[in-house]
Ligand binder design. Sequence first.
Ligand SMILES: Cc1cc2nc3c(=O)[nH]c(=O)nc-3n(C[C@H](O)[C@H](O)[C@H](O)COP(=O)(O)OP(=O)(O)OC[C@H]3O[C@@H](n4cnc5c(N)ncnc54)[C@H](O)[C@@H]3O)c2cc1C
Length: 526
Amino acid sequence: MDGWNSMIETDVLVIGAGPVGLTAANLLADQGLRVLLAERHPGTSDEPRAISITDESLRVMAEIGIMDRLAPEMLMDTGARYFGRRGQLLAAVRPAAPRLGQPGKSQFDQPVLESLLLEAARQRPLIDLRFNTEAFRISDGPDYVDTVLIDDAGKSTVRAKWVVACDGGRSPVRSQLGIPMEGSTQVQKWIVVDTVNNPGEPEKFAEFHCNGSRPVVVVPGVQGRRRYEFMLLPGEEAAQVTTPAAIQALIAPFRRIEEEDIRRAAVYVAHSRVALNYRAGHVLLAGDAAHMMPPFAGQALNAGVRDVANLAWKLAATVRGEGTDALVDTYQAERRPHAVDMVRLSQRIGAVVMNVHPVLTAVRDAVVTASGIVPAAKRWLTGMKFLKQPYFRSGCVVAPAAGLSKSAAALVGRSLSQPEVRLRSGETAALDALLGAGWAVLRFPAGQAGSFEVQPFAGPSGENSAPVTVTDTAGAFTALAGSGISLIVRPDRYVAAAVPAGDESQAIDGLQAYLPRLSLSPVQVS
Ligand SMILES: Cc1cc2nc3c(=O)[nH]c(=O)nc-3n(C[C@H](O)[C@H](O)[C@H](O)COP(=O)(O)OP(=O)(O)OC[C@H]3O[C@@H](n4cnc5c(N)ncnc54)[C@H](O)[C@@H]3O)c2cc1C
């Protein structure tokens, strides 16, 4: 047929090489899957977008192997300061103490992250990376899904076992599948300006100036970078506010800048929307394609990274014939509720920051200041307790038994802590390095305080790694020390089950509906 090239076969087609698609491709390849990553643009984006990254995303970046180059590009472990109508400090928020082996919140630069993820993808032979390639039409079949790709050479068809649509907020895939979004669009527009050549050492706080007239957010960075975000006033338009002179005037109260100090500027309107379904047959939505939220809580890209970390091992399990269709369904059950929470949180913070009503902002300042005298409320606010971490009540987890200790039960459905542990040799290691890329078990032998055992499950080759005993020097698992409890940990580092050591097999049996062949004992290979 004229203009048609041959059929390409792959395990997973990832549509969109934004941060979420690039993360997905790397994780899927690390699970041993062939990936075709199609991006319609000639390269990654250079837009002033995400600037806050969470510990869980950084844990994924460490797994992909880019942390050594990403860390120097980040201002690690930052908090936030909220200022009121008169410029008075309302609250200083510090992220919770590091739990996942990375600081709770750090400032970064989305284009830098994308370029590092791209480099990582280029180093993985299982990824077939295609820029200037648009995914066009998807036809789902019983065992595979066909997608038409268009590039300079014409049209071709990709036959994949799964499609992961990471094609952004406008998601053509979501539209084609007719998946509705629930939610609304924010009325207020914002101009976002990334600047360079800022002098001095940055303070480790983002500033929210809730001044009741023109709300402003200022975010520090490394290497002289600083982000300024200004809410537009009624009647102000993008063309008018993005000129160098207009930007200089906006930033003037903070700093005098030259035209060459303006790195990027764009006007945005935020959406608060979540897709009704994350799955249609063999097609899954991830990242902004599945949810969009205002940037005030810095959670959107982070939610996307969580999506694909949740999804990659599940798709790999089905491709290997180890996981059931029900396992893929747990993706939505586990991920969507948290995305809804993060959208609501972002809206609530936005409502506080963007308020320009004279009476309401005066009341707000009084109330927030007063909460300073209520210790519990202050701890809740300043310790970022409002930022709920993902917690799976249903999905690929085994509900804790009635008699289980509270501290053990509370870990099920949550991400596992990642302390540095000491090996018998005296060397230290990050816990993730001992868990392997698949399932693992952590055992806290009865009566044995201060140390625990780590054992990865048998891999596809059937080889079972021997348990390694480590010392919990950081005291991350003090509550479980000597308890006789075992934690069954999923490849995405979430705890699937907590059981007395003798019940490990029973716990694994509890996951049969999702992984009928999951086994801790060596797999017999013929
Ligand atoms: C001002 C601002 C500040 C933000 N701050 C934060 C923050 O601090 N923290 C945070 O977590 N998030 C933040 N975000 C959100 C974050 O930028 C997005 O969540 C993130 O970019 C989403 O990544 P994605 O890969 O899902 O989508 P995108 O980055 O939108 O990538 C989608 C890709 O798909 C491609 N594509 C689309 N259709 C097709 C097709 N048919 N074929 C091939 N390719 C296609 C597009 O070209 C694009 O490259 C912010 C956003 C803005 C605007």
